[in-house]
Design a protein. Structure first.
Length: 175
């Protein structure tokens, strides 16, 4: 398209440092700047934050969960509002991951998932994982940590449960 940063386009960057509570403030800064478009990465939270502060500036998102179910858009054909983007639907791969875990460690019975309860992906991922675990007759336990300071107690909880395998969900980024 002939755009070159510094020549005929300016790009403003913002980073919330995995602190979702900062997203709306950063989006507000961009709208006040003003910008022509807001491109969000990091899933739905940045797109939701941008959508709460503007209905006029176009928002382009990348999401790992279904943007229709999450309420980000109305439909793929007609997103509605000012948000559009790409949905990788990565959450659906979680069911496959638990199948692979079961094949890799066939005698496994107790699995623990570390999640960040403040991330909107957590509920979707957990529901999918519970469904997959039930199908494979696995016990699934969820431990939560939304800040790095909570990891020690989350790992102790996983140990007390008798965890045989654990992993962090894609939404487990913490402060």
């Amino acid at each position: 398209m002939g755009y070159a940063e510094g020549r005929n386009v300016e790009i403003e960057y913002r980073w919330a440092e995995f602190q979702n509570s900062r997203l709306a403030q950063l989006a507000t800064e961009l709208v006040r700047h003003p910008v022509s478009v807001i491109a969000t990465i990091g899933g739905s939270p940045p797109a939701f934050a941008a959508r709460t502060v503007t209905t006029k500036v176009p928002i382009i998102f990348y999401s790992g969960v279904d943007p229709i179910k999450s309420g980000l858009i109305q439909s793929f054909n007609r997103p509605g509002g000012n948000a559009t983007g790409i949905a990788a639907l990565q959450a659906q791969l979680i069911a496959k991951r638990i199948e692979l875990l079961n094949e890799t460690v066939p005698k496994i019975q107790v699995v623990t998932l570390l999640v960040n309860p403040t991330n909107p992906y957590t509920e979707t991922e957990t529901q999918i994982l519970f469904s997959g675990a039930r199908t494979l007759n696995l016990q699934l336990h969820v431990v939560k940590a939304s800040r790095a300071a909570e990891f020690d107690s989350a790992f102790q909880e996983a140990k007390n449960i008798g965890t045989q395998a654990a992993w962090a969900a894609m939404s487990a980024k913490c402060q």
